[in-house]
Design a protein around this ligand. Structure first.
Ligand code: T46
Length: 138
């Protein structure tokens, strides 16, 4: 099985079509991002000071976009951590499996759009950091 690390995660610049009516950005699964899209969800009306995330996925691939406003995501593969600031709707953060993530610093009105490689499945989550570390570092 492929070993996923922080180095596998990256910010992807998405296509942006600009004209006098405004901008249009699109995402094609398997072309612009390294997975097919099976699910989309979004976080919104996040209260000031709230934190989200605090888990890792065993097999899920995701693209996380600040479709409006801004927020930070800290990614952690059990050995190293990196903070990303997302604030452009044509940049997405690709997050591979086996990465713990924590999200904070949501601006007022921020909307976080997530494109995901699979349907919701609670058994795909590590929600305890110790369980994640044990699995990620063996
Ligand atoms: C992630 C970050 C960015 C569902 O029923 N279906 C869904 O598709 C999702 C994503 C969640 N839920 C339920 C599960 C929980 O009872 O919604 C509740 C809140 O989910 P959670 O606490 O996991 O929310 P976040 O914002 O901490 O994390 C979510 C995603 O779960 C996660 O994949 O990477 O957004």
């Amino acid at each position: 099985m492929k070993k996923f690390t922080l180095d596998s995660c990256c910010v992807i610049e998405l296509p942006k079509v600009t004209d006098i009516r405004g901008n249009l950005t699109f995402v094609e699964g398997g072309r612009h991002i390294p997975f097919d899209i099976k699910r989309t969800y979004y976080l919104y009306d996040v209260p000031g000071g709230a934190e989200r995330g605090g888990h890792a996925h065993k097999e899920l691939h995701q693209l996380i976009i600040a479709i409006s406003g801004a927020f930070d995501i800290v990614l952690d593969d059990g050995r190293a951590k990196k903070r990303f600031h997302l604030n452009k709707s044509y940049f997405g953060l690709y997050v591979c499996p086996m990465i713990w993530r924590e999200m904070d610093n949501f601006s007022s009105g921020a909307v976080c759009l997530v494109l995901a490689s699979n349907y919701y499945d609670e058994s795909d989550y590590y929600r305890k950091y110790d369980d994640f570390i044990a699995a990620a570092t063996t």
